[in-house]
Design a binder for this molecule. Structure first.
Ligand code: GLC
Length: 423
């Protein structure tokens, strides 16, 4: 380990320690132990953030990594649903600063990308703790079944999100046509509040939410993480039949992404808007995400890498990878008042894509993302996101998932459990 990586590891430990939250909730007197994304703006437990925190914690404190996942899975509902937020200590004033649909006073009614299977796999591989796996895997598997049963009413193997923050890339311009083309965050929040008000009549009936077609997106990023997670479930499955079932299921998701979302002319995957499945035209980071699916056709992957990841007009900016291609009219390298995911670079998407490139043999290209990400975090701190031209850190500070910087692929990964499961 060189000086830079040692120092980043120490800083990651400090941030994840400062963001640790423990206590007893008024929700059935349950004990909680989780890491909040950022003490100032994000005090609650968020689903994919916790998965990223657990993965970073595999390098620092395996017991905490397990606790993070166990705490998250306390949100599991009898039908398999897992909420995107758990409000262990609901604080009305702070809750009001977030635009939320709640299922109970403690649980949101929304999902986030299902990173949980991969996170469990990483914690299990680092710890070898079979009891942890036996305890957690069924809940993750039940969530994947919930997604299939409740979010794919047209049965095309792609799951739908019903509000922007379910993808984790909340304000991405790819959603603009469904939200009246908001000019700023203020207009976006207004559009989302109006959407939730209309959803009130449907309660938590996902079939009716989707049928209403007010905001339905078969999102490429979400479905890529879904397929990646199904591969993790297949690798962890207790028997061959189940492993085959998950692998076949993942294969169908990938098949649907290629058949329905892949634009051969542009060499990009494009999200599907509305139940009528109109392809978005906007080139966002989502378009690259099928790279994380192990069995994506290498010829398609090659186009994604050569024509887009490495294209200086789109994604190969000084501090890659921007969340929107730089030649898009909506691209904004800054982060004006929370209008996020419209240009800045983020550590979690760099982590996904650097590992995907590395696993596919694009070792130098992956190392460039690793180096740029380390430089960003080392010079700017654990910020929420970064300007892709200047590197300037933006929005939240002491941001938990920036700790994924200690889990990026190096040109030589031999022997380290940073290594992601095989592609
Ligand atoms: C922002 C991000 C979302 C994340 C949340 C908490 O809303 O867009 O992906 O989960 O903050 O960090």
């Amino acid at each position: 380990m060189n000086e830079l990586t040692a120092s980043l590891r120490a800083q990651a430990r400090a941030v994840l320690t400062a963001n640790r939250r423990t206590g007893i909730s008024s929700w059935e007197d349950r004990a909680y132990e989780y890491t909040c994304p950022s003490p100032g703006s994000y005090p609650f437990q968020w689903f994919w953030d916790s998965c990223f925190h657990a993965i970073a914690l595999t390098h620092l404190d395996l017991e905490r990594a397990k606790a993070e996942i166990r705490c998250l899975l306390q949100g599991a509902q009898p039908d398999g649903f897992l909420p995107h937020m758990i409000l262990w200590q609901p604080d009305p004033e702070r809750v009001a600063t977030h635009t939320l649909r709640l299922r109970t006073p403690y649980l949101s009614a929304s999902i986030q990308p299902p990173v949980v299977a991969l996170a469990i796999e990483r914690v299990y591989r680092a710890s070898g703790d079979a009891a942890f796996l036996a305890e957690t895997l069924p809940k993750a598997a039940a969530f994947f079944r919930w997604l299939r049963d409740h979010r794919d009413p047209d049965g095309d193997d792609l799951i739908a999100i019903v509000q922007p923050d379910e993808s984790g890339v909340d304000a991405s311009p790819k959603y603009d046509p469904l939200l009246g083309f908001p000019a700023d965050n203020h207009e976006l929040v207004r559009a989302i509040k109006a959407l939730y008000a209309r959803y009130d009549q449907f309660g938590n009936d996902d079939d009716r939410l989707i049928a209403a077609n007010l905001f339905v997106v078969e999102d490429v990023l979400v479905n890529s993480i879904y397929a990646q997670g199904l591969h993790a479930l297949a690798r962890l499955a207790p028997d061959q039949d189940l492993a085959d079932e998950y692998r076949g299921w993942a294969g169908r998701v990938l098949g649907a992404l290629v058949a329905k979302c892949y634009d051969e002319d542009r060499g990009l995957f494009l999200d599907l808007l509305g139940v009528e499945e109109r392809r978005t035209t906007v080139n966002t980071i989502s378009a690259l995400f099928p790279l994380i699916i192990p069995d994506l056709d290498p010829a398609i992957a090659e186009r994604l890498v050569r024509d887009h990841v490495l294209n200086a007009a789109e994604y190969a900016l000084p501090y890659p990878i921007p969340s929107v291609a730089a030649d898009e009219p909506a691209f904004n390298p800054d982060h004006p008042h929370g209008f996020i995911w419209r240009g800045p670079s983020w550590v979690n998407s760099n982590w996904f894509l650097a590992h995907a490139l590395h696993a596919r043999g694009y070792v130098t290209e992956a190392a460039r993302i690793t180096d740029a990400t380390r430089t960003l975090v080392a010079t700017q701190g654990f910020r929420e996101c970064f300007n892709p031209y200047t590197g300037e850190g933006q929005n939240a500070r002491d941001f938990g998932w920036a700790s994924l910087v200690i889990d990026l692929p190096d040109a030589d990964l031999s022997g380290e459990h940073t290594q992601m499961p095989p592609h």
